[in-house]
Design a protein around this ligand. Structure first.
Ligand code: B12
Ligand code: SF4
Length: 495
């Protein structure tokens, strides 16, 4: 990089219908760059704001543009944007999970000059320092690039760094832009952070196996608390969401952080971590919601396919122990795993009913299995007929929330199930939470029989949910009236 241009732009996009979780990866990278004399600029835009990016880049004129890309529905947007900026003559580097897991495929795209594999602070820094000195690229561990004749070169991976070296420099952004309401609006000023990276477990669908080589590393509790306390005080943060892959790998450290920050919080864990003492600690440190991977109601799937290291009984035990604790337990469910039979899918649905009956402070996020590159199940899915996209832009069909996914690796007719399972599970959990007996009964029948014929009830309840009927907010009547008045006013305006 020339002495005169030390500018690096870091672009992260988010979907219009999400609140825009802070681009923590870009924040860590910008911290490392700034600490070493570079001038980073974070550009964080929703899909509909992509049109603004080119003029921001032209005004900033960076020597290098970084893009943070994970596998999924924004891939095509990132490719189009890369091409647009390449046409203006910029150098482009992709980082994050997608670039790390498919570096060759990413580099086959002519608009992309470099990829960074794994965590990016040190590698990006070295790239920025050596930009233009092509002979040095081969010595930068963790870097992928194009050699003299355009051949793709992917260097060996870099060892993991010390997270405490680069605690986020929060002055790089306007934190107010990243404060969001959470816990159904109970807390208005939630900040999202990560305190650790990676996870030592071996779940066969998870990026951790390859992206983090199952290595877990973390900020020390003291340094992280010292980093966050001033931000919390200055911005009146009233809750925290820990976005760590597995916040509780070291329970002592995790609870020290939660205790030190003293705020209500959300975090992810594993069901077998839960015992009486764990629940007491969660309560004492003001945990509001803890999320687990329940994954499946079949022990065969858990053991042989996912290699999760838990049983269905562990899940039931954890949910039972959390009952009446005031802490919401939420669980991620994956339907349609390779080799899952229709009976095993039904077993998962029945587990969902059982868990809802045990503990009414429960929520589920259900999605259909997607073979993420590099994972163990990606290989299995390929042997069962999955054809991975050959171009990077085509990975944007990977969307866990889609209801029309073609799953070559599933050998039963899952079309009805794909369409309704997620919605019906969501409504069932709500029916238990709000204790609505007729809704509980209807949905239980549907789920037990996996019968989604003429789903008028599901449609109606889902609509009612959208008008806050089940939102549980005390002022829902006021909101309903306000909605009706707004609607009438709109109608009048149209006339
Ligand atoms: C918050 C979050 C989201 C937020 C958005 C976050 C955001 N603004 O970036 C929301 C809720 C929108 C989201 C959505 C999805 N997510 Co998500 N998400 C996360 C989560 C929990 C935290 C991300 C984070 O901030 N990490 C902390 C930072 C510090 O780490 P990092 O991002 O990895 O950054 C480091 C490196 O990757 C690298 N790096 C990152 N960017 C760049 C850029 C450059 C230029 C360079 C050089 C390096 C580099 O350097 C960074 C510092 O070392 C992660 C899990 C996790 N703990 O990381 C999953 C995770 C990233 N999500 C994942 C997935 C699958 C999705 C979805 C596809 C799910 C779906 N609906 O189908 C969607 C798709 C989104 C899309 N395609 O745009 C997977 C990614 C797997 C993969 N192969 O891509 C993860 C890893 C979860 C998992 N265990 O599977 N997600
Ligand atoms: S426990 Fe969670 S983060 Fe860890 S490997 Fe399994 S799915 Fe991934």
């Amino acid at each position: 990089m020339s002495e005169t241009n030390k500018k690096v732009a870091l672009i992260s996009l988010y979907r219009d219908d999400t609140s825009g979780n802070p681009p923590l990866g870009s924040l860590y990278l910008a911290t490392a760059l700034k600490k070493n004399g570079f001038i980073p600029k974070i550009i964080f835009k929703s899909e509909s704001q992509i049109g603004q990016i080119e003029s921001e880049i032209e005004n900033f004129k960076p020597a290098l543009i970084g893009m943070s890309v994970f596998t999924g529905y924004l891939n095509k947007r990132y490719v189009d944007l890369s091409r647009q900026l390449k046409d203006k003559g910029y150098l482009i580097v992709w980082g994050n999970a997608h670039a790390s897991l498919l570096p060759e495929q990413v580099l086959r795209e002519s608009a992309i000059d470099f990829v960074v594999i794994g965590e990016g602070e040190e590698t990006l820094l070295e790239l920025a320092k050596n930009l233009g000195n092509k002979d040095n690229y081969k010595n930068i561990t963790g870097l992928g690039f194009k050699g003299e004749n355009g051949q793709i070169v992917v260097n060996p991976r870099r060892n993991f760094g010390d997270m405490d070296e680069y605690l986020i420099d929060w002055s790089l952004v306007d934190i107010e832009d990243y404060i969001v309401p959470y816990f159904s609006g109970k807390y208005k000023r939630t900040l999202m952070v990560v305190t650790s990276r990676g996870c030592p477990f071996n779940c066969q669908f998870c990026y951790n196996q390859v992206f983090n080589n199952r290595r877990w590393r973390a900020h020390s509790a003291e340094k992280l608390i010292a980093n966050l306390k001033p931000v919390i005080a200055k911005h009146k943060i009233d809750a925290i969401r820990f976005l760590d892959d597995n916040f509780f790998v070291n329970k002592e450290r995790a609870f020290a952080i939660a205790r030190g920050l003293g705020l209500p919080y959300w975090a992810e864990s594993r069901v077998e971590f839960v015992d009486e003492k764990f629940v007491v600690n969660l309560k004492e440190t003001k945990c509001q919601e803890i999320m687990f991977g329940f994954e499946s109601g079949s022990d065969r799937i858990l053991k042989e396919v996912v290699k999760k290291g838990i049983t269905v009984a562990d899940t039931i035990r954890a949910v039972t122990l959390l009952k009446n604790s005031g802490i919401m337990a939420s669980g991620s469910i994956i339907f349609g795993l390779p080799t899952e039979t229709e009976e095993e899918y039904k077993a998962t649905m029945k587990l969902i009913i059982k868990l809802s009956e045990i503990n009414n402070n429960l929520a589920f996020t259900c999605g259909w299995f997607l073979p993420f590159p590099g994972t163990g199940l990606y290989e299995v899915a390929k042997t069962l007929g999955f054809k991975p996209p050959e171009k990077i832009e085509d990975w944007d069909i990977f969307d866990r929330w889609r209801n029309d996914y073609e799953m070559a690796w599933v050998k039963w007719d899952y079309r009805q199930a794909v369409k309704y399972s997620r919605q019906v599970v969501h409504l069932l959990a709500l029916a238990h939470k709000r204790n609505i007996p007729f809704l509980k009964t209807i949905l239980k029948k549907r789920i037990e029989q996996a019968n989604y014929f003429f789903p008028l009830d599901i449609y109606l309840f889902a609509k009612l949910r959208n008008i806050y009927l089940f939102s549980g907010q005390k002022n829902f009547i006021t909101r309903l009236i306000r909605r009706v008045i707004t609607y009438i006013i709109k109608l009048k305006q149209i006339k």
